[in-house]
Write a protein that binds this ligand. Sequence first.
Ligand code: FE
Ligand code: ZN
Length: 506
Amino acid sequence: MAKKLNMRDRYKAMTRLGWEPSYQSKEKIFPYDKYEGIKIHDWDAWEDPFRMTMDAYWKYQGEKEKKLYAIIDAFAQNNGQLNLTDGRYVNALKLFLQGVSPLEYQAHRGFARQGRHFEGEGARVACQMQSLDELRHVQTQVHTMSHYNKHFDGLHNFREWHDRVWYLSVPKSFFDDANTAGPFEFMVAVGFSFEYVLTNLLFVPFMSGAAFNGDMSTVTFGFSAQSDEARHMTLGLEAIKFMLEQDEANVPIVQKWIDKWLWRGYKVLSLVSAMMDYMLPESPMSWKEAWEIYFEENGGALFKDLARYGIKVPSYAELCAKEKEHLSHQVWGILYNHTAAAAIHTWMPDEKKMDWLSAKYPDTFDKYYRPRFEHWKEQEAKGERYYSQTLPCICQTCQIPMGFTDMENDPTQVVYRSSEYKGDKYHFCSDMCKTIFDDEPEKYVQSWLPPQQIFQGNCGGEGLENVLKWYGFELGADNMDYVGSPDEKRWNEWHGIQDTKPTAAE
Ligand code: FE
Ligand code: ZN
């Protein structure tokens, strides 16, 4: 009788084929993992982060699926949406489905690609498994939120919106940038910066926000993804340590990528900051607190660990530490102004929320932002709710409208930076976005910038209405303020609440 292999040997037998090509050179088979300049001398030194065979993987994931779908079904059958804290909460889910779930799919494709192109077998197997995880994530998210799509606007056309709508080009451009980089840069961008350093600032706020606001279905998909995330973090860290250990010449390349990708990730997270502080009716913590725990403390410990390789904390960490007092308020202001062209609702915070913001941001909220918001509230009360009728100038790199202010000298002044390249002028929201552009201008001059595309007539034609039709919006339902929206009307009907404002139809 054949002897049964132990786990370790079994794993090795199933993941190390020992394939030595005979009629093609390795250079021809793996053409993409050399040109970035990363030097690998010994792929056998790669430590597999997952150590799971495919059969175990399918079994384990299948069990998680069964539990998740049982809870999603129960949530739907019990009309779980009625137990949310407030109808406004669903806008956090809209932002997630429009902005984040398509990134899971992009991650699926990206890891599948790296699973082909790394010469090392261990790295290939790990990337293939993560690729499958990411496909599962996008599917479970779409399935979970499909229930909300029966009862709320802003969810029905998320896939097309991700490719077309202006604020979604912020997360989309992050992944387009990563997926058009080489395999090692992709690992720093997604495996390390996104999965290892920033994921807690994305998933924890959404999942704890869901728990605080009665959304048990979202909490469940969060839990179902958590054990996958743990593996992804291990892969991201392994990939970066492997590069740093293989050759000293890799250190400055990796440092440049860390600086670039943590910044790009930070800019994507500015949308999350507004979600946390403004969209959640009940907030588990403020953006500032989350930044302190997950970046300053946890990230600080990580960089101490990486210091032995000569890796340093990015120079802009101090700027972020100042900006944490301002970020969410500025981004909410941008979204509020441009809600006519967004598939989410915005609104002015009520008194309870304003007081919470004052308490969480004692040095900035009352001084800079409360007066602005109170002015906008007065406008609303007069029936003059402000919607911007023009297109903003956006940053060529992160694609966010200019709205970040000068943390050094005067936080009321917007920062503008620019570069000239081949006779054209390009605009940036910050020094770091300019630095990223200046390092690879040929890449970023190709960026698909929504306002420029609209002005060139590539988005449905002239005028806002044509653009919104091209977006695929249900006008007056997907966009505009929450107050007076069909979402609000339905919510109020379910709960026997008098409308705060008559809708146009009445
Ligand atoms: Fe994922
Ligand atoms: Zn920028």
